[in-house]
Design a protein around this ligand. Structure first.
Ligand code: XMP
Length: 485
């Protein structure tokens, strides 16, 4: 009975155990297209996602990721309202047509107007009387308000340029440019304000042509929820979140599966479920109609699950086992955790993943919410596992460790990672590495990387040979710095 278990025991591999074999190629790295799916309905130009962790992804990180064509998943170690606030900030960062337009009336006092502009961070508002557009008032009008002017009526511009609600974007841009105005209210047949186009949003759009955006031109953002948090999932959907990521250490759990079944009925945005590491778990989750699978039990840099619980599957094997099933159903696979180098991303996708999720690398960037610290003259940023004692105690997460009421068995550690600069620079290096790898394989796109790539298994001597050796490094290239610990 016991010896049987070892008779046909499988070997499982991870990133450091394998390399991709170079092939005859007609593909130059600059010609490579790395776009891929994060979930059934979300395609990313850069299939890299930042982890829902409290030292990695809040609104600043999510915006920076989406602007570069990638995606951020807001963590859930905060109240529902705080999380909704972060989602709202990302969705409001860029838009082409603002639908939920804030307005004032001619009778609004200048003090109230100032308050609205400050608290809502808006530079100009349409003025409506009844429901009709009668003017527009901007920060500049406020600056010149002067004495004796007490209400919006005294300072607003009455000859307001507006456009019909269904005006094509190009025409709207032309009106903005021709009239040198910042804001163009859109009105319906009855003169009611039903939308607003701003020059700032148009400029942003032109500045980030590769950004991940929804059909309204707003940046894409995902948010994590606990497996039983149906209320939070619905509230996030209402706020306009683009994907719900179910965040649990073990999604192949019957209570979790039952809850996902319920969530599927309540939520219509894409649901990505995880984490899992086996083909059976993939089958069970796909049967619940989820839109993506998050793979990785214990590979993360801050994870101690494998040490504490003795559980896990080395990541390359976990990805390929799950992808074998998922690919048949057209469900994207996200390789989550354990990625230290851009080469690992190439290996993850060659093994069957559609996108990758990274914590440690992004925790070190300027846009992460973690605190900065200096150690031995070098800048670091805090990074901790969501199953670390610190994260469990300060937050409301139930991902790991709550055994008993006030005692915890941590499944993660707390620490710091070297500062790595801005997210756009890091993403440039990561995608550059991907393109290079795909060039060696002869893969023009992610689909070809999956089908054309071949692996070799390497030994510990092969691994040693792979990293710089027999040299004292005096000048680290930027990408090498990103990967240093
Ligand atoms: P990297 O290697 O990119 O991994 O830093 C990030 C991923 O690790 C997972 N995660 C944890 N796993 N205990 C764990 O076993 C933890 O405390 C923990 N916190 C995060 C998560 O999947 C994340 O995306």
């Amino acid at each position: 009975m016991f010896t049987d278990k070892f008779q046909q025991i499988r070997e499982a591999l991870t990133y450091d155990d394998v390399l991709l074999i170079p092939s005859r190629t007609a593909v130059e790295p600059r010609e490579v297209n790395v776009s891929s799916n994060f979930s059934r309905h979300i395609k990313l130009k850069v299939p890299i996602v930042s982890s829902p962790m409290d030292t990695v992804t809040e609104s600043g990180m999510a915006m920076a990721m989406a602007k570069q064509g990638a995606l951020g998943i807001i963590h859930r170690n905060i109240t529902m309202n705080q999380q909704i606030g972060f989602v709202r900030r990302v969705k409001r960062e860029e838009t082409i047509v603002i639908r939920n337009v804030h307005t004032v009336s001619p009778e609004t006092t200048i003090d109230d107007l100032r308050d609205i502009m400050r608290t809502k961070n808006i530079g100009g508002l349409p003025v409506v009387s009844g429901e009709k557009l009668v003017g527009i008032v901007t920060r500049r009008d406020l600056d010149f308000a002067g004495k004796g002017r007490n209400t919006v009526e005294d300072i607003m511009i009455r000859k307001v340029i507006s456009a019909n609600d269904n005006i094509p974007i190009e025409e709207a841009v032309e009106i903005l440019h021709k009239n040198r105005i910042e804001k163009l209210p859109l009105v319906d047949r009855n003169g009611r304000v039903v939308g607003l186009i701003t020059a700032k949003d148009i400029r942003n759009r032109e500045k980030f042509p590769e950004a991940s955006r929804d059909e309204n031109g707003q940046l894409l953002v995902g948010a994590a929820v606990g497996p039983f948090d149906l209320e939070r999932a619905q509230a996030l959907e209402k706020e306009g979140v683009d994907a719900i990521v179910i965040d649990t250490a073990h999604a192949h759990n019957e209570n979790v599966l039952n809850s996902i079944k319920k969530m599927r009925k309540l939520v219509s945005v894409d649901i990505v479920a995880g984490n899992i590491a086996t083909a059976e778990a993939a089958e069970d989750l796909i049967s619940l109609d989820v839109d993506g699978l998050r793979v990785g039990i214990g590979p993360g840099s801050i994870c101690t699950t494998r040490i504490i619980a003795g559980i896990g599957v080395p990541q390359i094997t976990a990805i390929s086992d799950v992808a074998e099933i998922a690919a048949k159903h057209g469900v994207p696979v996200i390789a989550d955790g354990g990625i230290r180098f851009s080469g690992d991303i190439v290996k993850a996708i060659a093994a069957g993943a559609d996108a990758v999720m990274l914590g440690s690398i992004f925790a070190g960037t300027e846009e992460s919410p973690g605190s900065e610290m200096i150690m031995n003259g070098r800048k670091y940023k805090a990074y901790r596992g969501m199953g670390s004692l610190g994260a469990i105690q300060t937050g409301i997460s139930d991902r790991y460790g709550k055994i008993g009421s006030n005692k915890f068995v941590a499944e993660g550690v707390e620490g710091a990672v070297p500062f790595k600069g801005r997210v756009d620079e890091v993403l440039f290096q990561l995608t550059g590495g991907m393109k290079s790898g795909m060039g060696y394989v002869g893969a023009r796109d992610i689909g070809e990387l999956k089908t054309k790539s071949r692996f070799v298994k390497i030994t510990s001597s092969g691994l040693r040979e792979s990293h710089p050796h027999d040299i004292r490094i005096v000048s680290e290239p930027p990408n090498y710095q990103i990967y240093q610990v």
